[in-house]
Ligand binder design. Sequence first.
Ligand code: SF4
Ligand code: SF4
Ligand code: SF4
Length: 167
Amino acid sequence: MAAGVEDLGRRSFLTGRFAPVRDVTRPPWTRHEALAAACTGCGACVEACPQAIIRMGAGRWPEIDFSRNECTFCGKCAEACPEPVFDRALPAFTHVVAMSAACFAERGIVCQSCGDACPEGAIRFRPRLGGPALPSLDADRCTGCGACIATCPAEAIAVGTPETAHV
Ligand code: SF4
Ligand code: SF4
Ligand code: SF4
């Protein structure tokens, strides 16, 4: 996902339609401070994830790759970590998702794959004259699970911020 996200962020920034997306997504229930203080880079969370979405990134900190799969919030990464890095009392993710102009529906091709994939019903489709209905994110319902990212055939969805969701 990393290269695509960087491209999307750059394009979004240049067009001014979307705020830049985040370059790196860390595992659920982790925050920068805890990783910096306690992560040893042992890779236990990588091995534990049944969805195979955690990998070791630069700096030997784990990061999430939503390009093929979503997070099911199973908690196995947190259970496997021998250090005080994961805090299950926190919200799992602080991000939501953002859609770019690469979206098929934006380009006149009927597609509702992301809405079908979303387990929270956070993506609705707004009818419009002269083209297919457009996806619209309800940021309050989005858990950041990434199911829509993995499903989108246009690679038009990336990790973003609540501010980008309403654009
Ligand atoms: S909660 Fe489960 S699916 Fe999500 S990153 Fe952790 S191990 Fe993987
Ligand atoms: S799945 Fe991707 S291409 Fe299809 S409507 Fe959603 S954002 Fe657009
Ligand atoms: S990341 Fe948000 S919008 Fe996408 S499938 Fe998960 S809950 Fe739905």
